[in-house]
Design a protein around this ligand. Structure first.
Ligand code: PNS
Length: 163
């Protein structure tokens, strides 16, 4: 069974991300969640927080073939380093598709054997994004149906403290 890399900023990891990860765990031998280190793109949550949220979500869901690591530099290099067969991404619709198609093409240009597998978001998560979680949480809204239960309190507390 192939190993894949599931990359992203995960700022923070949402129930939509967890849904994609769980479905990929049923399709691949191993799924390595690759969390982008803050470089030029700044994140609200620290790398350590984002890694911890994902580890807790994996435990909560009992995903025994999911792993987590931070990465910096080119994603395609990380996929090579991990000896993974492909990149996994989730898409919610046409807007995501344009970006993912370009990224997949460029990664393939860097390493012609680098495949990208895309899973469609489940209908209940089509509108869920990290940026919406941050906005709703900052304004004191209920993020209960948007992020894994094990992370809810910590994420809500950090976002509220930002207002
Ligand atoms: O969750 P995001 O922010 O949509 O994830 C984007 C991510 C991290 C997958 C993308 O920015 C990325 O791969 N960054 C690493 C640098 C890189 O390889 N860039 C070229 C992509 S073709």
């Amino acid at each position: 069974m192939t190993k894949c890399v599931y990359p992203g900023s995960f700022d923070p990891f949402t129930l939509g991300h967890l849904d994609i990860l769980a479905r990929a765990c049923a399709l691949f031998g191993e799924v390595k969640v690759a969390v982008l280190k803050n470089t030029r793109k700044s994140c609200f949550f620290t790398l350590e927080e984002r890694l911890a949220f994902i580890r807790r979500a994996i435990d909560e869901k009992g995903l025994t073939n999911a792993r987590v690591a931070a990465f910096e530099g080119l994603l395609a290099d990380f996929v090579e380093f991990e000896r993974a067969g492909c990149v996994l991404r989730g898409i919610r619709g046409a807007i995501d598709y344009e970006y993912e198609a370009a990224m997949a093409a460029l990664n393939k240009r860097l390493y012609p054997h680098c495949e990208t597998v895309v899973l469609m978001a489940s209908p209940e998560f089509i509108a869920v994004s990290s940026s919406m979680v941050r906005e709703i949480g900052r304004l004191g809204g209920n993020i209960g149906s948007l992020v894994p239960e094990s992370n809810r309190a910590a994420i809500a507390e950090r976002l509220l403290a930002d207002e």
